[in-house]
Design a protein around this ligand. Structure first.
Ligand SMILES: [Zn+2]
Length: 133
C-alpha cells in the first residue's frame, strides 16, 4: 500500500505495444493533461493549469509513470510504455487522480478516495478499471 508518497510509482505494468507510435513528446504530455482537464470528471476538480506542472518524459523500462506531489508537482511518463495516445491518456488520468487526491486530502494512494474517482473516470472515458487498481 502507498501512503504519503512523494514519489508515486504507478503499479500496473502496461503492455508495450509494437506500433510505431505517434511521437510522444513533452508537448504531448501537456496536451494530454489539458485534454483530460476539460473532460468529465476532471473538469470540475480545478486542477492546476498545465503550465504549473513539470512534465518529464523518460525511457524507463520498469516504471510507466509517477508523480511527485510534494515540492513542485511533477508528472513523469515513460515513453517506453506509451507510444500512442490511448495508453498515455490512461496513465495521465491515473496520475491526475493522485494529484487531485493529494491537493484535497494531503495524501495519495490507491485507497477508497482514489477508487471512487477512478470509477468515475473509467465510466466517462471507457478506460479499463483494472489498470486503476
Ligand atoms: Zn497510482
Amino acid at each position: 500500500m502507498e501512503q504519503n508518497n512523494a514519489r508515486h510509482e504507478i503499479r500496473f505494468i502496461v503492455e508495450r505495444d509494437r506500433m510505431s507510435g505517434v511521437g510522444i513528446s513533452l508537448d504531448t504530455l501537456a496536451a494530454a493533461y489539458e485534454l483530460l482537464s476539460v473532460t468529465t470528471p476532471f473538469r470540475g476538480l480545478r486542477l492546476p493549469a498545465s503550465h504549473d506542472i513539470i512534465f518529464q518524459l523518460t525511457k524507463d523500462k520498469a516504471l510507466a509513470g509517477y508523480c511527485n506531489l510534494t515540492d513542485a508537482t511533477m508528472i513523469s511518463i515513460s515513453s517506453h510504455f506509451h507510444s500512442q495516445l490511448q495508453p498515455l491518456l490512461v496513465t495521465m488520468a491515473h496520475e491526475m487522480i493522485h494529484l487531485h487526491e493529494f491537493r484535497k486530502y494531503g495524501k495519495a494512494g490507491h485507497g477508497e478516495t482514489f477508487q471512487k474517482l477512478a470509477t468515475r473516470v473509467c465510466r466517462a472515458h471507457g478506460f479499463d478499471p483494472k489498470v486503476f487498481r
